[in-house]
Design a protein around this ligand. Structure first.
Ligand SMILES: Nc1ncnc2c1ncn2[C@@H]1O[C@H](COP(=O)(O)OP(=O)(O)OP(=O)(O)O)[C@@H](O)[C@H]1O
Ligand SMILES: [Mg+2]
Length: 406
């Protein structure tokens, strides 16, 4: 089933959007029998970004993970008792102590486990946001490639389990574009599990030409760094969390990989304190860990680098559009935070395209910009007409989501 995210476009085009115009407008529901503050849930494999649409930023970033001690749960069940699973950070924190099995219900741009996803939504509404879902419309920001059947099931969960008054599905890369203040551009989303390259013209996503891959992104760079450090330092207590911290705080992209490898070790070496307070020195790993973005073969992935993917995408368009997209590349997603990634990409794209009129904009808030885009449209006057209401759902059933998405 083809995703149809574009049916709101005439509305967006008739009243031009700027970030300012969103911020000055307020929602005007005709029948505000429920609290009209919308909830925005932006789904990611690393974190769900959640909060209220009358705020500038998400209230929380929560890890979509559930931890269970299955044996203890079974014992309790035979005594007619129920053991609550550990959700989010707690699942990681108590994993060893409580012998928890971890489940990641949202990975690779898809729902892996609907029952556990429902548990996460429950925790979002009641524990994190402390609201009654019956009283708030919910905008669900989802990756471009999520199967329509998964959206349909989420629609069902929202209306039948949580009884929300209205929902809206929005595409993350379009929301990132909106929060950048642009109406068109090539959105390159470098996330945790996913890399997506999405051409958008006048708010319209070109689905035939969009691209995303789900088997290689930030989490694989963390794994690669973890392996390099474990192999070279022979540490017992070094954890993936340590590797992720090092990646996020000390890694960077080499402008010229060959030149960087020739630099003296002292020049790039850093001493780093780990979570157990021990110290290690790392050098070349700092740029080696991001290099697979440009050369996936380094991590045994039979794929081309992001610069080639971007150029391959741009070449699908006619010459004028090619120039436009080269000049309007928006980098978003947490993995776009590597220092110098935009300089390296600029250099590689100039080499491939033989052009120098190339412009890459790094999102100011790459981890939360699709959440911000969601809050901008959700709180916009007139937007309430596009929500799927509970009444419509009751009349038409879960397939209503095909008609009303953005
Ligand atoms: N400063 C940084 N430098 C490099 N990578 C970073 C930095 N900060 C965060 N990241 C990485 O960004 C990723 C999280 O980004 P993001 O929140 O966009 O992913 P997500 O939306 O949860 O996942 P996905 O879109 O792939 O489902 C993680 O892999 C994280 O390690
Ligand atoms: Mg994402």
């Amino acid at each position: 089933m083809k995703n149809n995210w574009n049916n709101i476009l005439p509305y967006l085009r008739q009243s031009p959007i700027t970030v300012e115009s969103f911020q000055t407008q307020i929602r005007d529901f005709n029948e505000p029998e429920y609290d009209i503050t919308g909830i925005i849930i932006d789904h990611g494999s690393d974190t769900f970004k959640i909060g209220f649409d009358n705020q500038d930023t998400p209230k929380s970033l929560i890890k979509p993970v559930i931890g269970r001690n299955k044996k203890l749960e079974q014992d309790m069940r035979s005594n007619f008792m129920y053991l609550e699973p550990y959700i989010g950070k707690e699942a990681f924190n108590f994993q060893k102590e409580k012998n928890l099995e971890l489940c990641f219900p949202f990975e690779k741009g898809e729902v892996q486990d609907f029952d556990n996803l429902e548990k996460i939504y429950h925790s979002i509404f009641y524990k994190e946001l402390k609201i009654v879902p019956e009283e708030h419309p919910v905008l669900l920001s989802l990756p471009i490639q999520i199967p329509a059947t998964h959206r349909e099931k989420i629609c069902q969960i929202m209306f039948e389990t949580f009884n929300v008054p209205a929902i809206y599905f929005a595409c993350q890369q379009l929301l990132s574009l909106i929060s950048s203040g642009k109406t068109s551009g090539l959105v390159v989303d470098l996330g945790n599990d996913l890399i997506s390259v999405v051409p958008i013209h006048n708010f319209s996503i070109d689905f035939n030409n969009s691209f995303s891959q789900n088997d290689f992104s930030g989490s694989h760079l963390t794994d690669y760094l973890f392996k390099m450090i474990v192999d070279s330092h022979h540490l017992d207590s070094f954890s993936k969390k340590d590797a992720q911290n090092i990646k996020e705080n000390f890694a960077y992209v080499a402008f010229d990989f060959e030149e960087e490898t020739q630099l003296p070790q002292d020049f790039i070496q850093k001493e780093i304190e780990l979570t157990d307070k021990s110290k290690i020195k790392i050098g070349k790993e700092r740029f080696l860990c991001s290099e697979p973005l440009f050369d996936p073969k380094m991590v045994d992935k039979n794929q081309i680098g992001i610069h080639k993917k971007i150029w391959e995408m741009i070449q699908k368009f006619d010459i004028d559009q090619q120039d436009f997209y080269l000049q309007n590349i928006i980098l978003t997603g947490g993995s776009s935070l590597f220092p110098r990634i935009e300089d390296r990409l600029w250099k590689e794209l100039a080499k491939l395209s033989l052009k120098t009129n190339i412009s890459l904009t790094k999102s100011k808030n790459p981890i939360i910009d699709s959440w911000i885009g969601g809050s901008l449209i959700s709180s916009r006057e007139g937007f309430q007409n596009f929500w799927i209401s509970k009444e419509e759902y009751d009349e038409s059933g879960p397939s209503i989501h095909i008609r009303k998405v953005f």
